[in-house]
Design a protein around this ligand. Structure first.
Ligand code: PLP
Length: 261
C-alpha cells in the first residue's frame, strides 16, 4: 500500500450512545466519512434511546488512560477529539495524558447535557475543563448554553467567546443551534483576533449527535492538515448536510446521515 493512501489517525475519547446517534459511533462515522481513521477510547457508557438518557457511567479513569496510552504508543495519532468525559476524575486523567503530548491538535466538545436536556456530566468537570483542558485545546466547540455554564454571568456571544479564549484555547466555535433564533448563528473566534460568524438555515427536526458530528469532522480535517478556520467551516457544512438528510430511525430525535448517499 502506498503511504499516500494511509489516512491520518484521530484519537477519540468520548462516551458510548447505544443508539449510534451521538457519542463514539457518531465520532467514528464522521471521522471515517472525512477520510481519517478513528481510534475510539470509551470514557463513559450511557443508557439511552433517541428520546431520553436514563443512565451515565463514567469509565474508570485508569482504564481510560490505559486505552489512550496504548493507541498513542502504537499509532501515529494526528489529532485528538474529546467528547463526553462525564466525571471530573476522567477529565483529570485525560488532561494528564494530553500534557504528555503537548503538540497534538486537540478538539474539545465539552458535553455537559444531552440534546433532550438530561445532565451527562458531573458539576466538578466544569472546573477541570476550565483549568486543565481548555488551556491545551486547539478548538473548543461549546453550544450557547454550555458557554454560559463555563462563563457565568455573561450572555453576549462575543464576550463569551473572548472569555473562553482567555482560558487558553486557541480557537472557539460557539454553536447557536440551542438558541431560540430563526436561523442558527455560530461564532468562530481565535486568540489571534480572528472572528467569523456563520449563519445556517434552521432545520425543522431535532437531532441526536449534531455536536459530536461537528467536532469529530473538525478533528478529522485538522488531522488531514487543514487550518482551524478551514476545518471549522467545512465541518459545519458537512454537519448541516448530515442533519438535513437525518433519519427517523427511532421514536425520538433524528439521527444524522453521516455517510452521504
Ligand atoms: N456523547 C454522548 C455519549 C451522548 O449521549 C450525547 C448526547 O446524548 C452527546 C455526546 C452529545 O450529543 P450532541 O452531539 O447532540 O451534543
Amino acid at each position: 500500500m502506498q503511504s499516500a493512501s494511509i489516512p491520518p489517525v484521530v484519537l477519540i475519547i468520548a462516551g458510548n450512545d447505544p443508539t449510534g446517534g451521538a457519542g463514539l459511533a457518531a465520532d467514528i462515522q464522521a471521522v471515517s466519512a472525512l477520510g481519517a481513521h478513528p481510534a475510539p477510547v470509551a470514557a463513559a457508557l450511557t443508557v439511552q434511546d433517541t428520546r431520553d438518557v436514563s443512565r451515565v457511567e463514567p469509565v474508570d479513569p485508569v482504564l481510560v488512560s490505559e486505552q489512550a496510552d496504548a493507541v498513542l504508543a502504537d499509532l501515529p495519532v494526528a489529532a485528538v477529539k474529546l467528547g463526553l468525559l462525564a466525571s471530573a476524575a476522567v477529565g483529570r486523567a485525560v488532561a494528564a495524558l494530553l500534557r504528555a503530548h503537548p503538540k497534538l491538535p486537540l478538539v474539545v466538545d465539552p458535553v455537559l447535557k444531552a440534546g433532550g436536556g438530561e445532565t451527562l456530566a458531573e458539576e466538578a468537570l466544569i472546573e477541570v475543563y476550565r483549568r486543565e483542558i481548555f488551556p491545551r485545546a486547539t478548538l473548543i466547540t461549546p453550544n450557547a448554553a454550555e458557554s454560559r455554564r463555563f462563563i457565568p454571568g455573561t450572555s453576549d456571544a462575543t464576550a463569551l467567546g473572548a472569555a473562553l479564549l482567555a482560558l487558553g484555547a486557541a480557537h472557539v466555535l460557539i454553536k447557536g443551534a440551542d438558541e431560540a433564533t430563526p436561523a442558527v448563528h455560530n461564532l468562530f473566534m481565535s486568540a489571534d483576533g480572528g472572528r467569523q460568524e456563520f449563519t445556517w438555515p434552521r432545520l425543522p427536526g431535532v437531532y441526536h449527535g449534531s455536536g459530536c458530528t461537528l467536532a469529530s469532522a473538525a478533528a478529522a480535517l485538522l488531522a488531514l492538515g487543514e487550518t482551524p478556520a478551514a476545518a471549522v467551516s467545512r465541518a459545519q457544512d458537512y454537519t448541516w448536510k448530515a442533519l438535513q438528510a437525518g433519519m427517523p430511525l427511532g421514536r425520538g430525535q433524528f439521527i444524522p446521515r453521516r455517510f452521504p448517499a
